[in-house]
Design a protein around this ligand. Structure first.
Ligand SMILES: C[S@@+](CC[C@H](N)C(=O)[O-])C[C@H]1O[C@@H](n2cnc3c(N)ncnc32)[C@H](O)[C@@H]1O
Length: 469
């Protein structure tokens, strides 16, 4: 109890300090990179930053995107940047995995024995996420905290559930709103099980197959009693159970996006049978916040803020801030380190195209350029053609080759520097969102914590929030 009170006080203090920083740098954080030329973002930086960053080579920028290690600093940054870096060191929740966790002994289980079967046709990123999430659930169980039954909401094609059931011996109930995903999940379960059982026939007596329900969880008003009844029916659990072993389950979610994450935390708190929750959340820009919908969202509809403290403090985060918090910081840092200049030019290409579009058709401002086109593979002209496909506009050659466009593209390094500066604040925004969630759980009496679960280079939304009651 005392620990929880101390932790709550610490989180409140950090959230307030972080928010003060975000307020000061709001114009930078809220500045879309696509508007770089149109709104002259470079000249909105402070004169001392412009002086410094005009002369700094791109190869020095990666330093700005990591602030945990001091002794590798090679640049004398402007004082404000130094001050920010020092504050980030204290306020930002680490994004690096504890070295001791990296080398934990792996459990002896079916997954370990038949890993290649489980990993077949699963992309490296997803494989890493599933493996780490499953090991983490397994170690909670070994410590006596996790129960055997897990409920995966927003389970997609059931990749995590399949691994947890056949590889780690959990009983799984999945709820997914997308019917075709549910169908694929059942098919993939059958395929994997056939091969796992062939190699290990003794499992036939003990395995519990995952149950996949095609269900949409009502985010605004989940009825905990009806929800538990749904689980009991799906898992065939008798209503009348022995009093010494009541039905309990853990709620899990791998990338429940937007408001789904906060709704699952509320479900955990509202449901006596839900013993623990474990979530890695994403897509913060999709969160419902005050001022976004016509009527003020009720506490149950709100995605941010959740905690009483942040609500009373009227804490808010702009869409742009929540959006930058979802970027892949470490992957961008790698691009800078690799000096992958052609790839780094993408933001400049897009900003140059946006300024042409807005000049020609102001109604198409922020209409959304196509992404996923590799600047390394195509010329600017071709990039332009592909990026506007679907917008109903053709950009003439005079525009792609105009003096203005050429001038813009010649200044691509400024775009990279500006983007890096904006990205530098992303972990602070994410920390506020994570700490608000942690505080919410602690305020409600749960025992909660945040750990780094994934390698941020492979999977940038890498924090897992775990709570018990
Ligand atoms: C980002 S995906 C993650 C899928 C899966 N957990 C994974 O990691 O591969 C989020 C999933 O949640 C599902 N979803 C979103 N809101 C839901 C709701 N209210 N009820 C059930 N499923 C939902 C979506 O259809 C989608 O498949």
């Amino acid at each position: 109890m005392e620990d929880s009170i101390r932790l709550q006080a610490e989180l409140r203090q950090k959230i307030l300090e972080a928010k003060q920083i975000l307020n000061i740098y709001k114009p930078l954080i809220d500045a879309y990179i696509v508007d770089f030329y149109r709104l002259n973002h470079w000249h909105n930086l402070s004169p001392s930053w412009i002086r410094c960053f005009t002369n700094i080579p791109i190869s020095q920028l990666p330093e700005l995107l990591t602030f945990e290690c001091r002794n590798k600093e090679t640049i004398v940054w402007p004082l404000t940047v130094l001050a920010l870096r020092s504050l980030f060191r204290r306020l930002v929740h680490t994004r690096e995995k504890e070295a001791s966790l990296e080398h934990q002994t792996k459990p002896i289980c079916v997954y370990q024995q038949q890993a290649t079967l489980f990993q077949k046709s699963v992309k490296l990123k997803k494989r890493h996420e599933i493996e780490q999430f499953a090991f983490n659930c397994f170690s909670e169980r070994a410590l006596g905290g996790g129960r055997r039954t897990l409920v995966d909401i927003g389970s997609g094609q059931g990749n995590l559930a399949r691994t947890l059931a056949y590889g780690f011996g959990f009983r799984l109930c999945c709820l997914e709103q997308n019917k075709s995903f549910v169908h694929v999940a059942r098919q993939k379960d059958a395929e994997l099980w056939r091969q796992v059982a062939k190699n290990n026939p003794s499992l036939r007596d003990s395995v519990i197959h995952p149950v996949h329900l095609h269900e949409t969880v009502n985010l605004e008003a989940i009825d905990p009693e009806a929800f538990v009844q749904l689980l009991r029916d799906a898992l065939n659990i008798e209503k009348e159970q022995q009093p010494d072993s009541p039905f309990q389950f853990g709620l899990i979610g791998l990338h429940p996006c937007g408001d789904l994450g906060p709704s699952l935390l509320r479900l955990f708190l509202a449901c006596p049978e839900c013993h623990f929750v474990k979530l890695v959340c994403c897509c913060y820009m999709k969160l419902t916040v005050v001022g976004m919908v016509e009527n003020t969202p009720t506490p149950n509809e709100r995605g941010f803020p959740l905690s009483e403290f942040c609500r009373k403090a009227n804490l808010s985060l702009s869409y742009e801030a929540r959006e930058i918090a979802c970027h892949a910081i470490e992957q961008y840092r790698e691009k800078l380190l690799r000096a992958d200049y052609l790839e780094l030019k993408v933001h400049a290409y897009r900003a140059a195209i946006e300024s042409i579009i807005v000049r020609m058709r102001p109604d198409l401002r922020h209409a959304g350029l196509k992404s996923g086109i590799k600047a390394t593979d195509v010329s600017f002209e071709e990039y332009c053609e592909r990026a506007v496909a679907g917008l109903g506009i053709v950009i003439p050659r005079e525009e792609t080759h105009s003096d203005q466009t050429r001038h813009n593209l010649d200044h691509w390094e400024e775009v990279v520097k500006f983007y890096t500066l904006r990205l530098m604040f992303a972990p602070l925004v994410e920390t506020i969102i994570l700490y608000d969630r942690l505080l919410f759980l602690l305020e409600q009496g749960a025992n909660a914590r945040i750990d780094v679960l994934f390698d941020p280079l492979l999977s940038p939304r890498n924090h897992v929030i775990t709570a018990f009651k």
